[in-house]
Design a protein around this ligand. Sequence first.
Ligand code: ATP
Ligand code: MG
Ligand code: MG
Ligand code: MG
Length: 486
Amino acid sequence: MTSHEIRQAFLDFFKSKGHLIVPSAPLVAKNDPTLMFNNSGMAQFKDFFLGNGTPPSKRIADTQKCLRVSGKHNDLEDVGFDTYHHTMFEMLGNWSFGDYFKKEALAWSWELLTEVYKLPKERIYVSVFKGDEKDGVPFDQEAWDIWKEMVGEDRIILGNKKDNFWEMGDTGPCGPCSEIHIDLRDQAEVDAKSGKELVNADHPQVVEIWNNVFMQFERKADGSLISLPSKHVDTGMGFERLCMAIQGKKSNYDTDIFQNTIQVIEKMCGKKYGVNGTLNTTDYTDIAMRVIADHLRAVSFAIADGQLPSNAKAGYVIRRILRRAIRYGYSYLGFTEPFMSQLVPVLAEQFKDVFPELKAQEDFVTRVVNEEEKSFLRTLEAGIKRFEIISAQTPAGGIINGETVFELSDTFGFPVDLTALLAKEKGYKIDEAGYEKALAEQKNRSRQDAAKEATDWVEVSEGGDFEFLGYDTLEANAQIVKYRKV
Ligand code: ATP
Ligand code: MG
Ligand code: MG
Ligand code: MG
C-alpha cells in the first residue's frame, strides 16, 4: 500500500464505524495560550473534553499535522539521529466524546491493524496501565481483559504512569492509556530476544505506533480522583511509523513519504543516501539528508499555516529549524546556495490532495524559505569559521564560553541550539548561563539605544553600497538584518 492508500484506509475505516472525518487543524495552535504548536490530534478538541463546547459529532477521526519541537514534547534533538521521531508528523486519530469506550476502541484498533492493514499479529505488543497506589489510580483491568481476548496475555505489557497514564495538567480530565507497539526486526533477532523485552526501550525497530487514551477520571484540586460521568476516547497513531510497518521498512525515511524528497536531495548534491545501509545513524551524509527531509516539512507546512519565520516565539522556532537544516546541508552535503526552497514544490506536489494549503501557497512558501536561506547563507560560512577558531582554542571536552555563543547568535545569526549542536559534534559544551548574561547585557544596551532611536527599521535605499553586519536577534518583530552604509 502507498502512504496515500494507508491514510485513506484509516479514514475510510473510521467513517464506516460512524465517525465524522474532519480536516487537520493548522500546525500553529490557535486560541490556546498554553500551546505554541499542535503537538497531538486531541489539541483541537480540548474544549470538548473540558466541557466548554459541543463537538459536531460524538465520533470524529482525522489526520492531524503535529509539531514536537517545544514544550512538553520536544523531539528535535532526536530527529535525523534516529529513524522514527520527526519534528512534523501526521497523527491519525479517532475520538469518542462520551460515546463508545474501551471495548470498541481497542477492538477497532486491532481490527484495523490486523485485518485491514494485515500486520502480523505475532509482531504486535500492547501495554496496559498497571496502576499507581501512591497516586490513587487503579490498574486498568478493563483494558487488560479486552486485550487478553484478542492478543493473549503473553503479549500484554504492564506500563507505569510515565508511559501509560495521561493527564492534561495537575487537575482536570485524566486516565489510563493503552499503547500498541510493533516489532519490525528480522526473524533471527526476534528468535534471539523477545520483542516484549524491548517495548519502550528505544529500540529503533520495536516502536510504539498507536496510543489509546481513556479519559475516565477527573483530578480535583485536593488531589482526589473522581470518575467522570461521561467517558471519552482519544487515540493517536504515528502515520509515518504505520507506513514503515505496512511497507515492510525498518526506517520511516525508507517509506514513500520521505523517499521522494531524499531522491531529489541526492540528485541535487550528488551524494547517495544510505551507502552503508539506511539504518546507519552515525553517517553524517545520511543524518543530514534525514534532517533536511524532515525539517522541510515542518518549515513548509508551518509557513503555509501562517507562521512565518521571525525573531520571536513560534516564528523563531521555525527559523531555528530552518537554520538547522541549512547548516546540515552546508556542512555535510556541500550546499552553498539555497536548496531547501527548491524542495518546497516537491513536497507541495506530494501532499496536494491531503494538505492542499501548501500547493495553494507554493510560490509564497518557496519565496519565504528562499529569502531565509539567502540571508543565513550569507553569514553561515563566516560564523562557522569563527566557531572553528574558538573551538581550536578550547581544550578537548571543554566549554565554549557564553560571549562566543552570544557573538555567533548576534553577528552570524546562529541560534543557540545550533551552536550547541556544533559544539556537541566536537565534544564541547556551551556556557548557557554566560550566554544569557551577555544577552541580558545587550538587551539593556539596546533598551537604552531605543530611547534615542526613532525606529526599529534601518532603511536600505536603492543604489548605495551596504555592508551586511549581521542579525539583530533580540527585539521581537524588529528588522533582523542590519546593514551599514559604506
Ligand atoms: P515515543 O514514545 O515514541 O516518543 P510518544 O509516547 O511520545 O511516542 P504519543 O504522545 O503517545 O507519543 O503520540 C501518539 C503516537 O504518535 C505515538 O504512538 C507515535 O506513533 C507517534 N509519534 C509520537 N511522537 C512522534 C514523533 N516525534 N515523530 C513521529 N511520530 C511520533
Ligand atoms: Mg515521545
Ligand atoms: Mg511513548
Ligand atoms: Mg505514547
